[in-house]
Design a binder for this molecule. Structure first.
Ligand code: PHE
Length: 320
């Protein structure tokens, strides 16, 4: 079990070592935080798979903070935590079954994770969705029905042979999974907003104690939500620059760096194309809400003005 691996890793570890193609979106500066040209804040704990396998680890968990540039809503935050699990099967273990090795490993993986989900949640609706990860084949995502929608809680699959071979494991097979810990805790405790993990409000933190989970999750006390403060909605409309480099993640980063944790959601509510001028207009609705106090009109107006200004200076849009 590794929980102190450094979150700044090389692009080789974060991408190449797990076979992420050169043109994969996750390599872009729009999706990943680059520290230098060849180091990043890891965007997943899978960045450590290969080096741990090379060290001879055959069965391991890695937990740590991971970082992603992303859109803003109640379940996304630019830093969150993952737990990675990897289990290698020896030639001998694989020969004990009639199944093709990959099918066997796949089956083991799914039944282990279903067991985990049952243990954590008791009776909960879950479903497997076929997925794509460069480092596993086949790949799956496990989704849990929560708050009226399907929430992805983990990705997993049978590890690509090429990765194992790179660690001199030639006759072996392995599975791997990566679990989003905040997502899991949100479902377990009924926590409605991911920003709550980052408040200093004792009404939140006092409800949790180390070890309280040990007796099996589903009987546990749910989070007792204290009254929510009212949200404040602000719309901003703008024409995109002609040769547009605009991305929603850039907008979100501006909002996040201006409003910090006071922003709850950034959502595109209208988009249209003017065929005459060939220009595109976007309208975004920004929801501001504090987790622990009331916001004043004045404060929100100031934030919104800063966002509008940064949109013009940093992204070159034309406000409407
Ligand atoms: N690294 C993947 C993610 O961040 C999750 C994953 C881990 C998928 C291991 C497959 C195997 O989403």
């Amino acid at each position: 079990m590794f929980d102190d691996l450094h979150p700044i890793v090389s692009t080789h570890e974060n991408f190449d070592s797990v076979l992420v193609p050169q043109d994969h979106v996750s390599r872009s500066k729009n999706d990943t935080y680059y520290v230098t040209e060849d180091t990043v804040l890891r965007c997943h704990t899978s960045a450590h798979q290969l080096s741990l396998l090379k060290q001879g680890e055959k069965k391991f968990l890695v937990t740590g903070d991971v970082y992603r540039r992303d859109t803003i809503d109640a379940t996304h935050f630019p830093v969150f935590h993952q737990m990675e699990g990897v289990r290698v099967f020896t030639k001998c273990e694989l020969s004990s079954t009639e199944l093709a090795p990959q099918d066997f490993v796949s089956q083991e993986l799914k039944s282990m994770l279903e067991g985990l989900a049952k243990h954590l949640f008791g009776e909960v609706e879950l479903r497997w969705v076929d997925a794509y990860f460069p480092f596993t084949d086949p790949s799956y995502e496990l989704e849990i029905f929560f708050n009226g929608e399907w929430l992805e809680v983990l990705g997993c699959g049978v590890m690509q042979k090429q990765i194992l071979n790179g660690a001199s494991l030639v006759d072996e097979e392995a599975w791997a999974f990566g679990l989003g810990l905040e997502r899991l805790a949100m479902v377990l405790f009924d926590i409605p907003d991911i920003r709550l993990f980052w408040t200093n409000d004792e009404r939140f933190s006092k409800q949790f104690k180390a070890g309280m989970f040990r007796s099996g999750g589903h009987n546990m006390q749910k989070f007792k939500s204290y009254s929510k403060y009212p949200p404040c909605y602000k719309d901003v409309s703008f024409w995109l620059p002609n040769v547009s480099k605009f991305t929603e993640n850039d907008l979100c980063e501006i909002v996040r760096s201006t409003a910090g944790n006071l922003v709850e959601e950034v959502k595109l509510i209208d988009e249209f194309h003017n065929p005459k001028t060939n220009q595109v207009s976007n309208c975004y609705r920004i929801t501001y809400r504090s987790m622990d106090r009331s916001l004043t009109d004045e404060e929100i107006n100031t934030l919104q003005d800063c966002v509008r200004e940064a949109l013009v200076t940093s992204l070159g849009v034309t406000l409407r």
